[in-house]
Design a protein around this ligand. Structure first.
Ligand SMILES: [Zn+2]
Length: 304
């Protein structure tokens, strides 16, 4: 049973999340709470299955990195996220008033569309912003110095999903906001469409780094699964220059960075930073890694 759950956890989590969202929507419950509930359940399942049926059992052993990952998660959840959520409404107000934008963007009113269509369109727009934000963090050198922390982990497991330099996280948030969420808001998509996007994307993100033998099959052509994401964390730059999508991989397919190996034995040999980043303090703690992004020689070699 555990093997079945491990292989199909993405599909099961997506079904659970969409069902909870649909019930909450039809009963006019708090959608944020509904998404938070299904996201938490997926993360709990992932952590349990990592112990019972790991993809690599050695990735379950600490490499002295748990403290780094937990500190990063705590900083993002307790400090950075609340600060960004506090600032976001002010930025929207400034943006609206400076550009004198009205909520009516011409004839197009997405709220006349069925909610499912709104969610699909919102997902495509937001994910386009997220795709380019992530890709720029790999190709623009000052941004790569910030993003290196996320790639410094030499194993992948559920918790290092939140190993991010706060500046990387904030910039991501800003770029995502201006390239994805703001256009969605300006076009007048409903708040329910944004929560619908979260209901689809959060289960994918909770499983993206999970050390579970997910075999998602055809879902790999749609979602950024852990099977695809391991390639993105390869130590070989030509393999890692792939699968930048946040929750979906449509934009990877369009912009030529999609990588999927049908042969399940074909896996990246190692995950972690590229050889050209050997000055980066991979095995040091959170704050030393943070400080390294200020050092010019930490990871300034072009890797792609
Ligand atoms: Zn990356």
């Amino acid at each position: 049973m555990f093997n079945f759950l491990s292989k199909h956890l993405l599909l099961l989590s997506l079904m659970l999340s969409v069902s909870i969202f649909s019930i909450a929507y039809s009963l006019a419950w708090d959608l944020e709470f509904a998404v938070l509930g299904s996201t938490s359940l997926t993360l709990i399942f992932a952590i349990i299955l990592e112990r019972v049926t790991p993809f690599y059992s050695e990735w379950n052993k600490s490499q002295g990195d748990i403290q780094t990952d937990l500190t990063s998660a705590l900083v993002l959840i307790a400090l950075v996220d609340p600060l960004l959520k506090f600032l976001a409404p002010f930025i929207v107000i400034v943006f609206y008033s400076t550009l004198n934008l009205s909520e009516d963007m011409g004839q197009f009113n997405p709220q006349q569309l069925p909610l499912v269509v709104q969610i699909i369109l919102a997902t495509l727009l937001i994910e386009l912003g997220r795709y380019w934000s992530h890709r720029l963090h790999h190709t623009v050198m000052p941004l790569w110095r910030l993003h290196a922390m996320h790639h410094s982990s030499q194993r992948l497991y559920a918790i290092n999903n939140l190993r991010f330099n706060p500046l990387n996280y904030g910039l991501n948030y800003g770029l995502n906001f201006f390239m994805g969420i703001l256009p969605v808001m300006l076009f007048g998509f409903s708040a329910e469409a944004l929560f619908g996007y979260l209901a689809i994307s959060q289960p994918v993100l909770m499983l993206q780094h999970a050390n579970i033998n997910l075999r998602s099959g055809w879902l790999n052509y749609i979602f950024s699964t852990n099977e695809l994401h391991r390639w993105h964390h390869s130590t070989l730059a030509h393999e890692a220059n792939s699968n930048y999508g946040n929750a979906i991989v449509l934009w990877d397919q369009i912009f030529g960075t999609f990588r999927f190996e049908r042969d399940s034995k074909n896996e990246p040999k190692r995950v972690g930073l590229f050889l050209s980043n050997s000055n980066y303090p991979t095995r040091d703690g959170y704050f030393k890694q943070l400080g390294s992004s200020l050092k010019f020689n930490c990871c300034a070699t072009k890797h792609i």
